[in-house]
Design a protein around this ligand. Structure first.
Ligand code: GDP
Ligand code: ZN
Length: 299
C-alpha cells in the first residue's frame, strides 16, 4: 500500500495511506540503516508500506522526492543540510496586515528560503478587517512586482478565504510566518472540523527542554497537505549561501551579469553595479535590497 508520511518521531511513522487511513509504521531493517547514515525519512515522503500478519506496518520503500525543504545551519562552514520536509509544492508566508505589524524583512528571508529550495511562494496578508490594515496593504506591492502573488484575507469577514483554499487544495504547502498572524485561524476556516488551537501552527512540538523541529503534515479534505514546520519561525536559523544569494531575489535576476564585475559583483560596494543602480532608479524596491544586504551581513 502506498501512502504519505504525516509525521516521523522517534522511529515511529504516521502514514496517511491511499485508502484514507492513518497507520503507524516502523522502518524495515535496511531503511533503518540508511536512517543512521543521514538519509532520513521525513514528513511528506511517499512510501510503500506492508501490512504484517500481526497488523503492524513496516515501511518497505521510500520514493524519490520531487522536492524538499532543507535547513542548513548559518555561518560560513558548510555543514550537511538537513531535510525538514519532503515533496513540498509551495511555501505560503502568512503575515497580518496589522496586529502584529508586518515585518517585510522577515518575509524576504522566508522568500529566500523558498527560492534556494527551488520552491514557488506566495504571501498571504491576513486581518484585512482591521481598521489599521488598509493603510498597510500598499506596502506589499514590491512582492507583486517581484512576481510573488499577494493574497489578502480575513478570517472575520471571509474576504479571500476561497482563493486561499483553492491555492492550498491538491498541493503540499508549508506555512511560514510570525506567530499571531492567523495561520491556525486560516486553516480552521478552510478545513471544517480541524479545530486547531489558536497559535497551534508553528509551535515547536514538545516545547521546553528539547525544542524539536519535527515537521507534521495536516491532510486537507479537498486533497493536499499543509506542512507545519515549527523551526520555520526562527528563520535566522536557516543559513544562506552568499554566492547565490542575489539570484534568490527574482527581480535582481535580469540584471545579474550587467554589473561591471559581472557575476562576481556582490552589489555591496563595487562601482557600476546594475543592481544598485536599479535601486536608485526605483526599479528594485529599496526595502528588498536592504534585506539582501542584511542577509549578507548576517552570514
Ligand atoms: P498563528 O499564531 O499564526 O497560528 O495565529 P492564530 O490563528 O493563533 O491567530 C492569532 C490571533 O489573531 C487570534 O486571536 C485570532 O483570533 C486572531 N485572528 C486570526 N485571523 C484574524 C483575522 O482575519 N482578523 C482578525 N481581526 N483577527 C484574526
Ligand atoms: Zn552588482
Amino acid at each position: 500500500m502506498a501512502g504519505t508520511v504525516l509525521r516521523a518521531r522517534g522511529g515511529e511513522y504516521l502514514v496517511d495511506t491511499d485508502d484514507g487511513e492513518s497507520r503507524s509504521a516502523s522502518l524495515r531493517g535496511r531503511l533503518k540503516l540508511e536512517q543512521r547514515t543521514g538519509d532520513r525519512v521525513v514528513a511528506g515522503d511517499r512510501v510503500r508500506i506492508l501490512l504484517q500478519e500481526d497488523a503492524s506496518c513496516t515501511i518497505e520503500h521510500v520514493e524519490e522526492r520531487r522536492s524538499q525543504l532543507t535547513r542548513r545551519a548559518p555561518g560560513r562552514g558548510h555543514p550537511r543540510a538537513r531535510v525538514m520536509i519532503a515533496n513540498v509544492d509551495q511555501v505560503v508566508i502568512v503575515v497580518a496586515a496589522a496586529r502584529p505589524e508586518p515585518r517585510l524583512r522577515m518575509i524576504d528571508r522566508f522568500l529566500v528560503l523558498a527560492e534556494t529550495n527551488g520552491l514557488p511562494a506566495f504571501v498571504v496578508v491576513n486581518k484585512t478587517d482591521l481598521a489599521d490594515a488598509a493603510g498597510n496593504i500598499a506596502r506589499f506591492h514590491p512582492y507583486d512586482l517581484a512576481g510573488y502573488p499577494v493574497v489578502t484575507t480575513s478570517v472575520i469577514d471571509g474576504h479571500g478565504l476561497e482563493e486561499f483554499r483553492e491555492r492550498l487544495c491538491g498541493r503540499e504547502s508549508v506555512l511560514a510566518g510570525p506567530s499571531g498572524a492567523g495561520k491556525s485561524s486560516l486553516l480552521n476556516a478552510i478545513e471544517p472540523g480541524l479545530g486547531l488551537r489558536i497559535g497551534a501552527i508553528g509551535e515547536a512540538a514538545g516545547k521546553g527542554r528539547h525544542t524539536t523541529v519535527t515537521a507534521e503534515l495536516i491532510p486537507l479534505s479537498c486533497s493536499g497537505y499543509v506542512g507545519d514546520t515549527p523551526g520555520l519561525r526562527e528563520v535566522g536559523l536557516w543559513g544562506v549561501d552568499l554566492d547565490t544569494l542575489d539570484s534568490a531575489f527574482p527581480e535582481f535576476r535580469p540584471l545579474l551579469g550587467a554589473c561591471r564585475f559581472g557575476r562576481s559583483c556582490t552589489h555591496v560596494h563595487e562601482p557600476d553595479c546594475a543592481v544598485r543602480e536599479a535601486v536608485t532608479d526605483g526599479q528594485i524596491d529599496a526595502g528588498r535590497f536592504e534585506s539582501y544586504l542584511a542577509m549578507r551581513a548576517d552570514e
